[in-house]
Design a protein around this ligand. Structure first.
Ligand code: SF4
Length: 346
């Protein structure tokens, strides 16, 4: 198969001089989907590019618009596997949530992606194309999508190299030109990889899916908690903060009767003392086959009040795209059999 152009870092792009700049501009600034559209390149050059590279890794794309303006994209890859992204326009910004894997090996029990198991890692280009396609579909320049979260299918730090390459392409001025402050990587909490990331030239924002402040509860919902203690994760978070100078976000899915006791809010506040952090409380969205239900509004409020009173910055993340099955870290997957299941992200 021909090399996939989007897998390349801008520094590796073919051509030289102004022709290379033109090619980069067509790909990342104008976001065209074919070499044929690059009409300021000579026809012979476009034919050469067509012969030597492919510009897409998708064989089919389905879109699921939501009444709140969000759109879920279900991408079918050349090997027939599927993954997805969600584009969420807000009044002052447009955010995209991208996947880094087909499925996920982490197996969190409240997450439908985890229940699907692991398909495969996505390449860097397969991550980048999620953004380029969504921009094209919306009739906007890729640069208009200024916020990105790695919160779709998969654990980004288990696809470390490809995720990092994708981040570098996003941040490069000849690539998507995004700001590091507007890119958030969400992880289930893998201390070794977090510390490694802290040493990279890429200092994106870090979000850690903590979901419980005590080992016993965390182990019941997150299998990787058996290998990585909360203490180890927080040490890694401190190291990331020390080197990146960035606030670390902790994500907390509110699961009724599991992790929403008031003593757990107190314990969470104890744990985060001294760390510049922010807690995102996420009401759980029900999906077919889920073993959990969301905490009640009053319990979420009580949990919130404790954290706030203890001086921990906290917010409740409200759902977007619920009717498209694409709300706040939960994405819907339309199965080939026509049924709909939902996928919760890291
Ligand atoms: S919550 Fe995230 S890390 Fe856990 S199984 Fe789902 S996608 Fe994977």
């Amino acid at each position: 198969m021909k090399p996939y152009l989007l897998d390349l870092h801008p520094d590796q792009y073919p051509l030289s001089g102004y022709r290379r700049n033109q090619l980069l501009e067509w790909v990342f600034k104008r976001g065209v989907g074919s070499f044929g559209e690059m009409d300021n390149l000579p026809k012979a050059l476009r034919d050469d590019l067509e012969r030597d590279y492919r510009l897409s890794a998708f064989s089919k794309v389905e879109t699921f618009p939501s009444s709140d303006g969000s759109t879920k994209y279900l991408y079918t890859l050349l090997d027939g596997r599927q993954m997805e992204a969600v584009l969420m326009p807000y009044a002052d910004r447009t955010t995209i949530c991208v996947s880094t894997m087909v499925g996920c090996p982490a197996g969190c029990s409240f997450c439908a992606t985890g229940k699907l198991g692991f398909g495969r890692n996505l390449s860097a280009g397969e991550v980048i194309e999620q953004i380029l396609y969504a921009a094209r579909d919306q009739g906007i320049a890729p640069g208009a999508i200024r916020n990105l979260v790695f919160m779709g299918m998969g654990e980004p730090l288990l696809n470390y190299d490809n995720t990092l390459t994708a981040a570098r392409i996003m941040l490069h001025e000849d690539g998507l030109g995004m700001s590091q402050r507007r890119v958030t990587l969400s992880t289930v909490g893998l201390p070794k990889q977090i510390v490694k990331l802290a040493g990279e030239d890429v200092t994106v924002k870090l979000a850690i899916s903590l979901h419980a402040p005590d080992e016993e509860t965390r182990k019941t919902i997150i299998p990787t908690a058996h290998a990585h203690t909360i203490h180890g994760i927080l040490e890694a978070a401190r190291e990331y903060q020390r080197r990146s100078k960035r606030r670390v976000t902790f994500e907390y899915a509110m699961l009724s009767g599991v992790n929403d006791a008031l003593w757990q809010a107190e314990l969470l506040a104890d744990l985060l003392k001294g760390l510049i952090s922010h807690v995102n409380l996420i009401p759980m969205n029900a999906w077919a086959g889920a073993d959990f239900t969301s905490s009640s509004e009053s319990r979420i409020q009580a949990f919130y009040d404790i954290l706030e009173a203890r001086g921990i910055p906290v917010s409740v993340r409200r759902s977007r795209g619920r009717d498209a099955g694409a709300a706040c870290g939960q994405l819907a997957l339309k199965r080939p059999d026509g049924r709909s299941s939902e996928i919760s992200a890291a």
